[in-house]
Design a protein around this ligand. Structure first.
Ligand code: 5RP
Length: 222
């Protein structure tokens, strides 16, 4: 199977996973990226069976609206039963690296509100140790170089993602060569650097379920 077929398989599996919970009052958290886009397209088939969605990016909000799904501001929502999103890397503890699409901050916020975080990914994203994918860090623009110097002290090699402005008006540093042995400690340490909005490690709030698309079928990891 191609990577796109594996992404489609996990998007469909995520829809099957959440289907029993769809009710007219339910609002669903929806992530960002090519796998999340396939989930949005699948979700559209059930749009009359739930109330709407909270999106983790302007791009996903636009796609949802394009399907006629109502998009809610998170400030107007008390709780989310489920959040469905992709990842750039996932380990066996369901710790993730996210932010390849620069939406990490809103993704982390929406995931933090959801009761269940369902991560959908093709098997190329499954790793033993996080960090081969450069860790995205969202930074306040005036702090970019200062944050980069601190990241070098942590052993990383930060590279400015030129031309990218996040939905929050900030910039992204992609940090190569980090040795992420303790993802929770690294998440905290980087988030404590002044000027960092957040980093793409999802370790303190990992996924609850990983639907992994493999050539032998979709595997459900918890
Ligand atoms: C966006 C993300 C995405 O979930 C991640 O980059 C995976 O994307 P894709 O599904 O296109 O491989 O974190 O910020």
């Amino acid at each position: 199977m191609t990577q796109d077929e594996l992404k489609q398989a996990v998007a469909d599996a995520a829809l099957a996973f959440i289907k029993p919970d769809l009710k007219p009052e339910v609002i669903i958290g929806v992530g960002t990226g090519s796998t999340a886009n396939l989930f949005i397209d699948a979700l559209a088939k059930e749009k009359d069976d739930f109330r709407g969605a909270v999106a983790s990016s302007e791009a996903s909000a636009e796609r949802l609206r394009g399907h006629g799904i109502e998009v809610f501001d998170l400030n107007d929502v008390d709780s989310l039963a489920v959040y469905v999103d992709g990842a750039d890397e996932a380990n066996r503890k369901l710790h993730l690296i996210k932010g390849g699409g620069a939406a990490l901050t809103r993704e982390k916020i929406v995931a933090s509100v959801a009761k269940t975080f369902v991560c959908i990914a093709d098997e190329s994203k499954a790793v033993q140790t996080l960090g081969a994918f450069p860790l995205p860090v969202e930074v306040i623009p005036m702090a970019r170089s200062a944050v980069a110097r601190k990241l070098v002290k942590l052993g990383g090699n930060p590279v400015y993602r030129e031309g990218v402005v996040t939905d929050n008006g900030n910039q992204i540093l992609d940090v190569f060569e980090l040795n992420i042995k303790d993802a929770e400690a690294m998440e905290t340490e980087i988030n404590n650097i002044p000027g960092v909005v957040t980093n793409g490690l999802f370790a303190h709030r990992p996924a609850d379920v990983l639907l992994l698309g493999t050539s032998e079928g979709v595997k459900k990891l918890t």
